[in-house]
Ligand binder design. Structure first.
Ligand code: ACO
Length: 439
């Protein structure tokens, strides 16, 4: 079905076996135009093939814009640099979900609504007890996020706008509490209740670092750094985890189950897990004198090693989020009294050397958001296993906004890609058996 908002009466022509098909072309408000191939199979009986979706737009969206060549990231039209400086995480959540910046009253009300949802059902404490103490906090995050659908059954009806909104608020608010509980559980400390007089970021730090004997004093520099990390990770258009949330949601699954699917997808080291992997890699490199050896490994086609925190599917320029984090990194380290952190020095040296290397220049590989975030989070006091959890808490904003947009899209249908089948055909049962010993 042609899009009224973006149809420009242009078309692209595709010729298959001497027959030409006209395919509608839609203009974006920013970025490249899109060829609509949705009617191609019914007309031409062919599918398109695009592993990893490198040339495929899976949906129309008004939420986030990225220009990977120029290194631009905008939420609802606002530049990320400006939002990081002037806004705060909850305002950004509101912007992503509702489409424009809230006025003072709306923001005050929204902050109150989010704050009201930071508590978890008491029964969830029992749920946590079922995990091993050495479980990765992301394992707990996936499990508990999915389990919310059994606790909050009054926000599962995706056809009811009020329930949808209630679910998004619950997901954003409770994700911070779940993340903090996962951390406390893994270090064997009692859970710390949320404090509603604190901001979202201050409250998260409080739930992680206060304990029954001592209250954590949240410094403005650290809470601003935490808040900026949340803002920078809040959304990133149709990345793997967001596409997972949309695909899961397209079947009508409830929002908590969809977000749990997104958390799972985010966990992988090629996606949200890269912040943990980047810090571990820097620790493995250990010293600037070893950089050359690791760069050579990254360049070696036979070696699976990659420079973690480098490269991006969309950015073929410096990731604008990495630029902001590089600045914050020094501030946070100075604040916590680490004047000359060897890991930060190593990161800066590695970046300098890699960016001069032909391999990285030709492949347009620049530091991404994960390169500096781990150093900041470590300086704040988080262990590496918590880095992806923090990413997931922030991304609940984008996931819920994208899920809402999808549900409210009148042409939304179940996501169901096709395939290029290259397997066997028409075998007679038993005529052929495997001779390999590898299964
Ligand atoms: N180190 C060394 N070589 C790299 C790196 C890297 N970090 N990233 C890409 N390359 C190479 C690839 O080997 C490939 O080489 P080839 O053309 O000779 O085959 C080429 O650059 C293109 O890379 P692709 O993997 O095809 O790019 P893709 O868009 O599929 O992958 C990805 C992007 C997954 C982010 C990749 O750059 C990577 O694995 N980086 C390291 C992990 C990382 O930092 N992930 C975080 C991404 S940001 C986020 O999710 C928040």
């Amino acid at each position: 079905m042609p899009r009224k908002t973006s149809s420009n009466n242009k078309s692209a022509k595709l010729t298959i076996n001497n027959k030409t098909y006209d395919l509608p072309v839609y203009d974006s408000t920013a970025g490249e135009p899109v060829i609509d191939i949705s009617g191609l199979h019914s007309q031409a009986k062919v599918f398109t093939y695009d592993p990893g979706f490198t040339s495929t737009a899976s949906c129309e969206s008004k939420i986030t814009f990225i220009d990977g060549e120029k290194g631009i990231l905008r939420y609802r039209g606002y530049d990320i640099e400006e939002l990081a400086k002037k806004s705060d995480f909850i305002e950004v959540v509101n912007l992503l979900i509702y489409g424009d910046l809230p006025n003072k009253e709306q923001l005050k009300k929204y902050k109150k609504l989010i704050t009201r949802h930071t508590l978890l059902h008491e029964q969830i404490i029992n749920f946590f007890q079922g995990f091993r103490r050495d479980a990765h906090p992301m394992a707990m995050m996936v499990g508990v996020m999915g389990a919310l659908s059994s606790f909050y059954q009054d926000s599962l009806d995706i056809g009811d706008a009020h329930q949808r909104q209630e679910a998004t608020r619950r997901i954003v608010a409770k994700s911070a509490t779940i993340g903090a509980m996962a951390y406390k559980y893994s270090i064997g400390q009692a859970f710390v209740s949320p404090k509603n007089n604190l901001t979202f970021s201050e409250n998260f730090l409080h739930m992680c670092f206060s304990n029954t004997a001592e209250s954590f004093k949240v410094s403005p520099i650290i809470s601003k750094a935490m808040d900026t990390i949340f803002i920078l990770h809040a959304d990133h258009e149709q990345n793997a985890s967001t596409s997972t949330v949309r695909l899961a949601g397209s079947s009508g699954a409830n929002p908590f189950a969809c977000i749990a699917a997104g958390v799972s997808s985010l966990w992988g080291p090629a996606h949200g897990g890269a912040n943990q992997a980047a810090l571990e890699m820097l620790e493995e490199i250990g010293h600037s004198k070893n950089i050359r050896k690791f760069i050579n490994k990254a360049k070696d086609k036979k070696d699976p090693f990659k420079l973690m925190g480098f490269g991006h599917r969309v950015y073929k320029n410096y990731d604008p989020r990495a630029k902001i984090l590089k600045r914050i990194c020094q501030k946070v380290l100075n604040h916590v009294g680490i004047k000359n952190d060897p890991i930060l020095k190593l990161a800066i040296d590695l970046e300098k050397i890699a960016l001069k290397e032909k391999y990285f220049i030709e492949k347009k590989l620049y530091p991404n958001v994960d390169f500096y975030s781990g150093i900041i989070l470590k300086a704040i006091g988080f262990p590496p296993e918590m880095f992806t959890v923090i990413f997931a808490i922030a991304r609940t904003a984008g996931w819920t906004a994208q899920w809402t947009e999808m549900i409210e899209d009148p042409i939304q249908k179940i996501g169901r890609p096709r395939q290029l089948y290259t397997g066997q055909n028409n075998l007679k049962y038993g005529a052929k058996r495997s001779k390999k010993n590898t299964r």
